[in-house]
Design a protein around this ligand. Structure first.
Ligand SMILES: *Cc1c(COP(=O)(O)O)cnc(C)c1O
Length: 453
């Protein structure tokens, strides 16, 4: 698959190279615009289509399936709009994310609210809009009780989030189904399962059940086990209710992404097949489905490209000082072992750099020693005026700015590579200006502290 030069993965890599060159040629990247985020529009559409067809292939005809993109993975309005047009809804977890989804035109019935710390105001807003809500815990369920009592004909589908506690993966911070994970009702804790079942029996309006057990670093089989446990719980509730009270299962997101090569692995189709094998009853048409994939829809379609401002050497090791560091690759800089990124070297005209591999550091612009995109990486030697690209950064990277050193949020551009007409770009987000940084840093309150006595 990856060796096939005409395959979708090779095509994606070729589009990326074209886009980097065109960004330099068209002046989106250069001495005065030394960092940019690029999004491959065709690639995003491909992933959305792959997700939809993977589940169409395993579900009974007519099964309602809502794929809700986890907005936190790429909180950019044009991205949400593109996904909406491609048949993907939105999973939101804060007032900000809900506002982004609404700004993108995602309708309430294609939106799911999941956060672990919803205020009474947020819950009331969601119910008045008709947005699906999954209660995280008993206290939240009490708030829903009051809201449903006040407006019994809310259009919001309501459910409870459970943690099947099937175990974690290789990245502790992202393991949502460990025994002590903060999310949902911990199903294997003493009395918890019985509490959940009675909660449903007491509330005929609870019709959904939610679990999100996967994330980067979790094996597919473990994800499927979490879904199987959730399905078994829904079956138990429905049996005890004597009716099909739970009519929809929200199986969360969390398909891992391959950061080691251009290959897309695992695929949605593989995951859907693993799920059908592990939980056949989930797909026989008795349950509607909601999914909440984030990283796997966007990661491979984003690239950070940064100019090499200086090339130096320290202790015998070459160091390329670039404009991409902790502000756009926070996880990689602080946890390089868990989040290594591939780096591609481009010359000053934006063409892939040739030459023997040289072990070097690729550093960022922030003022602390650990601000490295990659340490001891073998690459063609990066020189002043070249470009370093951090690949697979379409989710949880350049859209997740970290304001260290008051470094500006870079511009983000979507691109389409057209066979004969070159590469076209569209602005997704403007670069943050220095004036905006000053304003957001309290400039309007300049005398706030000195005036205190
Ligand atoms: C983060 C999150 C997701 C998406 O996870 P990915 O690993 O990006 O696919 C889905 N659902 C919930 C509840 C989440 O918190």
């Amino acid at each position: 698959m990856s060796g096939d030069l005409g395959g979708p993965e090779a095509q994606r890599a070729a589009r990326r190279d074209e886009a980097v060159r065109a960004a330099v040629e068209q002046g989106l990247l250069g001495p005065e615009a030394p960092i940019v985020g690029l999004l491959d529009v065709a690639g995003i559409r491909e992933s959305a289509a792959a997700l939809r067809s993977a589940f169409e292939a395993v579900t009974a005809p007519g099964t309602p399936v809502l794929h809700a993109f986890a907005v936190k993975a790429s909180p950019l309005v044009p991205v949400l709009r593109l996904l909406h047009e491609a048949g993907i809804g939105a999973e939101v977890a804060s007032p900000g994310e809900l506002a982004l989804a609404r700004a993108a035109g995602v309708p309430a019935e294609r939106t799911v609210l999941d956060s672990p710390a919803k205020t009474p105001g947020e819950l009331a807003e969601a119910l008045s809009l008709g947005i699906a809500v999954n209660a995280d815990n008993p206290q939240e369920l009490e708030r829903l009780d009051a809201l449903v009592k006040a407006s019994p004909d809310t259009a919001s589908p309501l459910g409870i989030r459970v943690n099947p506690q099937v175990g974690g993966g290789s990245i502790e911070a992202l393991s949502t189904a460990t025994a002590t994970s903060k999310f949902g009702v911990a199903l294997r804790d003493e009395g918890a399962r019985e509490w959940v079942v009675s909660a449903y029996l007491d509330r005929p309006w609870l019709t959904r059940l939610h679990a999100h057990t996967g994330s980067q670093g979790i094996p597919l089989a473990l994800m499927a086990e979490g879904v199987r446990e959730t399905y078994a719980l829904a079956e138990e509730i429905n049996e005890r209710a004597g009716r099909r009270q739970v009519d929809t299962l929200d199986i969360g997101g969390g398909l891992p992404v391959n950061f080691a090569s251009d290959e897309t692995t695992p695929t949605y189709a593989e995951y859907a097949r693993v799920l059908r094998e592990a939980v056949p009853g989930l797909f026989d048409g008795r349950y509607g489905l909601v999914t909440e994939f984030g990283r796997s829809l966007l990661a491979k379609h984003g690239t950070i490209v940064a100019r090499v401002e200086y090339a130096k050497s320290a202790g015998g090791r070459p160091v390329a000082v670039t404009h991409a560091g902790v502000q756009v690759a926070t996880r990689t800089v602080y946890a390089p072992g868990a989040w290594p990124l591939r780096i591609a070297a481009y010359g000053g005209k934006g063409r892939p750099k040739e030459g023997p591999d040289v072990v070097q550091d690729v550093a960022g612009p922030a003022c602390f020693a650990g601000d490295l995109l990659a340490a001891g990486r073998a690459l063609p030697l990066l020189e002043q005026g070249d470009y370093a690209a951090a690949l697979d950064t379409g989710a949880y990277y350049f859209a997740h700015h970290y304001a260290y050193n008051s470094l500006a949020r870079p511009a983000v551009h979507g691109f389409v590579a057209r066979a004969d007409a070159g590469v076209a770009f569209a602005t997704v987000r403007e670069a943050q200006t220095v004036e905006e940084i000053v304003a957001e840093s309290g400039a309007a309150h300049v005398d706030a502290l000195t005036s205190m006595r």
